[in-house]
Design a protein around this ligand. Structure first.
Ligand code: PMP
Ligand code: GLU
Length: 397
């Protein structure tokens, strides 16, 4: 007998987390695996943030927090949005959740449902289409290949909009491609969206500070879309706090209220101690953010150099996040010692088994023929990983 719901039967498991778990299993068996699969900073959370969490425990922040988050944290987020992004929000427009992942899911559950379409530029982060499916809406993909730096053009967006379109999810800097939209490119997308007042714009800016292109640009800066644009962000990536689980939205009040209502029935306020740590992150010294950003930029330069020396991998030069997303179609159809590579998933498995390097196949990101490699690890491990990848790929004939 199978009692599982249609909702869960139709859902794919997270491929990024699955690949990382596989890599951890092999490591536990004593195999020296270099994990380039999961996207999380390898740095420790900065000391002043950890101290704030310890102080919060001692000060007995052990009770339920308000559903949208502590007022002090929401005020700190508003100050961040004003100071860094020149965006005016009030604390009543902020909802803090258990990670930006929950924020995206809250939003989709709040604004879309059966019969609605959600535009997702591809390549996309693995969880977006699955979350759209949880909300019973239909994902509509708009693809942008490496030749257009993985960024969609306004004409492509305009062509994908139908009377059923209720939302679009933008992600810049992007997971999995590292592409960053310029202000001009965002302005052109905004212009295409201006004509469709029923579309809510979800702007996932979780990689805001891992950006080598200069000042971060948000589509929320365009006044014409202000009443229906939601900024999604959090502390996971820029403050190396993935395990603390704090993300948030800054939204028009009607959307913030809806997400708050949903969260009030679903999970309640996010972890009180982690919220106090996040507040310290936003209010404390920001030099840790710059230092980590500089390390990621150095590693971007290192890995794009190493990957471009591997015959058959086609790489661009990402301007943000901590991923490269090379095209690997050259290897499809090749074999080594009886192992045939029929698609990017086979290639990811081959690299795990033969090079002991974990990567994620592009299929789960809506880009078959690509492979995602995270460079959020040490220079030494990256150098070793690419040497192993090169040797393994050279054996494919
Ligand atoms: N958006 C994107 C594009 C991501 O890569 C991630 C990473 N997991 C998230 C949202 C969610 O981040 P978190 O839940 O850790 O805040
Ligand atoms: N966002 C990260 C990644 O893409 C973390 C894993 C996840 O939540 O998908 O690898």
């Amino acid at each position: 007998m199978n009692h599982l719901s249609r909702r869960i039967l139709g859902l794919s498991a997270s491929e990024t987390l699955a690949m990382s778990a596989r890599s951890a299993e092999l490591t536990a068996q004593g195999i020296d695996v270099i994990n380039l699969s999961v996207g999380e900073p390898d740095f420790y959370t900065p000391a002043h943030i950890k101290l704030a969490a310890k102080a919060a425990i001692d000060a007995n922040f052990s009770f339920y927090s308000p559903v949208p988050g502590f007022l002090e944290l929401r005020q700190a987020i508003c100050q961040k949005l004003k100071g860094e992004n020149q965006l005016d929000f009030s604390p009543s427009q902020i909802v803090v959740s258990g990670g930006a992942k929950q924020s995206v899911c809250n939003l989709l559950m709040s604004v879309v449902g059966k019969g609605d379409e959600v535009i997702i530029p591809a390549p996309f982060w693995v969880s977006y289409p699955e979350m759209v499916k949880i909300a019973e809406a239909q994902p509509v993909f708009v693809s942008a290949g490496i030749e257009q730096d993985f960024k969609i053009a306004p004409e492509q967006l305009a062509a994908a909009i139908t009377p059923k379109t209720r939302a679009i999810i933008l992600c810049s800097p992007s997971n999995p491609t590292g592409s960053v939209y310029t202000r001009q490119e965002l302005a052109a997308l905004a212009q295409a969206l201006e004509k469709h007042p029923n579309i809510v714009i979800l702007s996932d800016e979780i990689y805001e500070h891992i950006n080598y292109a200069g000042k971060h640009q948000s589509i929320a800066q365009f006044d014409s879309l202000r009443e229906r644009t939601v900024v999604i962000n959090g502390v996971s990536k820029c403050y190396a706090m993935t395990g603390w689980r704090i993300g948030w939205i800054a939204a028009p009040k009607w959307i913030a209220d809806a997400c708050c209502k949903l969260q009030g029935q679903y999970t309640s306020g996010a972890c009180s101690i982690a919220q106090k740590a996040a507040q310290a992150a936003y209010q404390g010294d920001q030099s840790c953010v710059r230092e980590m950003q500089q390390a990621f930029e150095r590693r971007r330069n290192l890995v794009t150099g190493l990957a471009s020396k591997i015959d058959g991998l086609k790489v661009n030069r990402p301007q943000g996040a901590f991923y490269i997303f090379p095209e690997c179609k050259y290897f499809i159809g090749k074999s080594s010692d009886g192992t045939k590579i029929s698609n990017a998933s086979d290639l990811a498995m081959y690299l795990l088994d033969h090079a002991h390097v974990a990567c994620v196949a592009g299929d789960a990101f809506g880009a078959p023929g690509h492979i995602r490699m995270s460079y959020a690890t040490s220079d030494a491990k990256l150098t070793e990983a690419f040497a192993r990848i090169k040797t393994a790929l050279e054996k494919l004939i």
